[in-house]
Design a protein around this ligand. Sequence first.
Ligand code: NHR
Ligand code: GAR
Length: 214
Amino acid sequence: MESSCRILVLISGNGSNLQAIIDGCCDNLQADIVGVISNNPDAYGLIRAHQNEIDTSCVIPHQGESRGEYDARLDAVIARYQPDLIVLAGFMRILSHQLVEKYQGRMINIHPSLLPKYPGLNTHARAIEAGDSEHGASVHFVIPALDAGPVILQAKVPVYEDDTPELLAQRVQEQEHAIYPLVVKWFSQGRLTMKNTEAWLDGELIGPSGYAPD
Ligand code: NHR
Ligand code: GAR
């Protein structure tokens, strides 16, 4: 990336991943968070943005509005920020194919499971229910199919005998805060790309479980 990478973060809630990205990768001139958009006007992440002097917008769903109509309004707000990278950080709305295709290769998400396991919602409860001994989080490029884009980086955590979804979520989120800023940094350094629905780092294909150093 020639000049600073313009990063736009989409949130719905607490924004702890937004905070990790603010703290972890915008201390250099290569990455600049130019805005935060929330679908939820009460998201605590908006306060975090304000505290860090980051511009915010809310795109609140209207009653009876179709997904297409919402996404068109969202896209108009996104366009104002001219982002190089869109970071979904706990953004809780599925995005339409048109919107995702427009930003394909420039939109990433963090999902709270070891994809391809447990796409969708309630991942922590599902991992416990299944008796899994490990769980985790995945950063992936966003493609139209939900949580199906190429994985960039994963982090694993143990699942304990007496775990609850809340405890497990905390353990996973701690790892999220370590891996998401790293991936954002790679992208802003121009090291990370998506080609033909594959993720590449430094010219090397990333495997299905995400980047793993040899
Ligand atoms: N959009 C596309 N097209 N592709 C992806 O991979 C996407 C996406 C939008 C969001 C994040 C994702 C996650 O990490 C994400 C990935 C929301 C839902 C969902 O079911 C599922 C997955 C993700 C985000 N949302 C409900 C909906 O009807 C609303 C649920 C709620 O409001 O609580 O949009 O898990
Ligand atoms: C994170 O754990 C993220 O993986 C998950 O929501 C949390 C948001 O936390 N994302 C999803 O479930 C997307 N469907 P945060 O707002 O504190 O970053």
